[in-house]
Design a protein around this ligand. Structure first.
Ligand code: UD1
Ligand code: MG
Length: 362
């Protein structure tokens, strides 16, 4: 056991060292890529600056492509430095990378071609296919103790329904990050908060368990989330208020898919969904507009007042608007900090919930 722990620690630290290099590489590459995307017409106007001089500046779009490429390079190189011996590991790891890579491609396609909404929602289910097809892990769920008497058994094999669930999770994680957006720094900021919570969760699980396979599953998840965190932090340094670059759907889809993949392969997707609590709320508030029951405009953002520099909530069904209508008008920067704080609170809530519900399983 001691040897396994040593190997895991060595692998995780090597991965972290690669990530530090990845952070600086991403930070170097973003300004270079910015010039190229702008030259090709990939830019956007900052909607929450409309009416001020900043509102007329062309902001380079889709810089998620840099993050995605550096992430893939890190994740591919890392295979050479993984010190634990697990033969199944490579198959699932590479299937995960194929899905993430496919998602980056489709995200970039969406940024360049502006795919219509209904099609957009389905792109992640296509990108998830490599993982779904290669997935050989179990398809069972453990029934919480208080419910065992109703279900009649302690574990339930869901078979293909479980794979359907995996596909839906990918669709949810990607789109829910993409539609909780429109403030400088929010798309990347929420990813940074959730990815940090995932790393903490993984480390806690590795520390608490004595089952080598269980530890391996959580280490696996760290190998993918650490590079996501490092490259995202580099992007955040440019995307933070006032943004000098936009991330594009390339980034939101890539980040969502990476987190869905680690949740699936690490077998903690229910925990992941609690980390996504604000996104779940935003999704529920958005349902009337997403389903087409209420008209859905291209942008569902608060109203910006160029005189005061403050944002006021509108009637569009988003968490941003809902929050603004509770706390009153806010500047873009402080609103983003507030929402990231809410996100972090949700993650703390999740850790507490796990702690108190621990007796429900096992
Ligand atoms: C999603 C949201 C949309 C929101 C948009 C903002 C739904 C159904 N869709 O659409 O309501 O307005 O994200 O990203 O909820 N932008 C800013 N400031 C930012 C980030 C983006 O002004 O901090 C603007 C820029 O003009 C940028 C554009 O949004 O070019 C990018 O929008 P895009 O990511 O393509 O929108 P969607 O993901 O389709
Ligand atoms: Mg978007």
């Amino acid at each position: 056991h001691h040897e396994i722990d040593q190997d895991l620690r060595k692998s995780i630290l090597t991965n972290a060292a690669l990530c530090v290099a990845g952070f600086f590489l991403t930070q170097r590459m973003i300004p270079v890529a910015s010039r190229y995307v702008s030259k090709r017409g990939l830019f956007g106007f900052d909607i929450n600056k409309k009416g001020t001089p900043q509102g007329d500046v062309k902001v380079p779009e889709s810089l998620g492509i840099v993050v995605g490429i550096v992430f893939l390079v890190l994740a591919i190189l890392f295979q050479y430095f993984n010190f634990t011996s697990d033969s199944n590991w490579l198959v699932e790891y590479n299937a995960a990378l194929a899905s993430i890579c496919f998602m980056i491609l489709l995200g970039f396609v969406d940024d360049v071609l502006d795919v219509p909404w209904r099609v957009k929602l389905l792109l992640p289910s296509i990108a998830a296919l490599p993982l779904l097809m290669a997935y050989a892990g179990h398809t069972t769920i453990i029934i919480p103790k208080p419910l065992v008497s109703y279900v009649g058994q302690e574990v339930l094999d869901l078979g293909w329904v479980y794979k359907l669930y995996m596909g839906l999770l990918a669709v949810f994680c990607t789109n829910s990050i993409n539609i909780h957006a429109g403030l400088n720094g929010l798309e990347v900021g929420q990813t940074v908060v959730i990815a940090s919570a995932i790393v903490i969760h993984n480390l806690m699980q590795i520390g608490a368990s004595s089952d080598p396979e269980y530890k391996q599953a959580h280490a696996f998840s760290i190998y993918l989330v650490q590079p996501l965190l490092a490259t995202s932090l580099a992007l955040l340094s440019y995307n933070w208020f006032p943004s000098s670059v936009f991330v594009g759907d390339t980034y939101t889809y890539f980040a969502g898919m990476t987190m869905a993949v680690v949740g699936i392969l690490g077998h903690y997707s229910e925990t992941l969904l609690i980390f996504f609590l604000p996104q779940v709320l935003n999704f529920l508030l958005s349902l009337p507009q997403l389903s087409g029951y209420v008209k859905c405009p291209r942008h569902r953002l608060p109203r910006f007042n160029p005189e005061t520099g403050l944002l006021t909530g509108t009637r569009d069904g988003t968490l941003i608007n809902f929050y603004l209508r509770i706390v009153g008008p806010k500047s873009e920067k402080s609103l983003c900090i507030h929402l990231l704080f809410v996100q972090a609170l949700g993650c703390c809530f999740c850790f507490m919930l796990r702690y108190f519900l621990a007796g429900w399983y096992k």
